[in-house]
Ligand binder design. Structure first.
Ligand code: PEP
Ligand code: MN
Length: 372
């Protein structure tokens, strides 16, 4: 059950405390508070977790400070979207808005390899008005002998360059709770010139301890990548771990699944699930065409499979694109076969605009039919 408080409520006020005390007194019910900064106002919600069937919705609605109550029947108690609930769910982080109604592009380096590539990449992003990127510092690799990422050593210049080139949010994978502290410390030392979105990689999708650690901090939003060897339902439950630990600013990323039927792509692309996530949950949906497709092979008109998969995800409403670029792909130390050269960034962004416009036209047509 979600209790939505009045938008103007003062969390120091008597009505707020009265309502909270009443809810905390409900036997056998766990109470979780969440405040989200939307574009217009702060939304205060209280989640009642447990067996809420016997609780009267009317009684809760009668408490002072309560605007409305939503009974949750979905298994994803915090992130789930009730059937026919068109409620918008958005959050703002470091000036960037994330929601199921917009689109953010995070083009950048799969792995940070040098200060020069970081600078080149960010300069290109700025020249095309981009304020978000991806930068892998901690790399989970299949072989212990492969390059493991520069880790905390690259953070000072990654953050400094981000500030210099107006980058507001960097998606960065963490594989250990210690990395959260490192990122926080280095950001602070640099004077907080940018923001970070903590990424949970596909290999850690069911690392419940890590999910709890990442979910229990509220400084950074989280990009959760679906597990590549588990069902979508299992991945959604895993994302719910983050929310249950306290952080609701979560983006769910589709990145393909391991399958014998995937090749010649690296993974079986799962972007047909974009509408499923938008329907079942309130989370903005990200697509990662690089790690799912994995090659830059092209169709006869000169569009790579990565461009095609990106367009396919966006035309069905994806809200974020996480994609590998590199100023000089053959020299990239990780995943060089899937990195798009930064010289194609303008083309990629234009292709995305075409696909997003097509989605918006499709959505407008659907609305017109529904309202007629
Ligand atoms: C990545 O985005 O750098 C990455 C390793 O992705 P995934 O966890 O999806 O394999
Ligand atoms: Mn990679």
């Amino acid at each position: 059950m979600i209790v939505i408080l009045k938008p103007s409520i003062d969390t120091q006020s008597a009505e707020y405390h009265y309502t909270l005390n009443a809810l905390q007194g409900l036997p056998g019910i766990e109470v979780k508070l969440n405040s989200t900064q939307g574009t217009h106002e702060v939304v205060h919600e209280i989640y009642l977790i447990g067996d809420t069937e016997h609780i009267s919705k009317d009684n809760i609605e009668a408490l002072p400070g309560v605007a409305r109550v939503i009974r949750i029947s979905t298994q994803y108690q915090i992130l789930g979207r009730e059937q026919n609930n068109r409620q918008e769910f958005e959050f703002e982080y470091n000036g960037v808005v994330f929601s199921q109604n917009n689109l953010n592009v995070f083009a950048g380096l799969c792995a940070v390899d040098s200060i020069d590539t970081v600078e080149d990449m960010m300069k290109s992003l700025q020249s095309f008005g981009q304020t978000c990127t991806r930068m892998g510092a901690y790399k989970p690799r299949t072989s212990p002998y492969a390059f493991q990422g520069l880790g905390k050593h690259c953070l000072p210049y990654v953050f400094e360059k981000a500030g210099k080139y107006g980058i507001k949010v960097i998606a960065m994978e963490v594989t250990h709770a210690r990395h959260i502290e490192e990122i926080m410390d280095y950001l602070q030392q640099a004077g907080n010139p940018t923001g970070v979105m903590l990424q949970i990689g596909t290999r850690n999708a069911q690392n419940f301890e890590l999910l709890r650690e990442v979910g229990s901090q509220k400084t950074f939003p989280v990009l959760f990548k679906r597990g590549y060897g588990i069902t979508l339902t299992e991945s959604l439950h895993a994302a719910e771990y983050l929310a249950h630990a306290g952080n609701h600013n979560i983006i769910f990323c589709l990145r393909g699944v391991k399958s014998l039927f995937g090749p010649p792509h690296r993974n079986m692309v799962d972007f047909a699930h974009v509408p499923v996530i938008r329907r079942l949950t309130k989370m903005p949906v990200c697509i990662d065409p690089s790690h799912s497709v994995g090659t830059l092979d092209q169709t006869p008109e000169g569009l790579s499979d990565i461009f095609h998969a990106t367009a396919q995800g966006i035309i069905s409403g994806a809200n974020m694109v996480l994609v590998d670029f590199h100023p000089n792909p053959p020299t990239a130390v990780v995943d060089s076969r899937q990195a798009i050269p930064t010289s194609d960034l303008d083309w990629f962004l234009e292709d995305i605009r075409i696909a997003r416009n097509a989605f918006e036209q499709r959505a407008a047509l659907a609305q017109k039919r529904l309202n007629s």
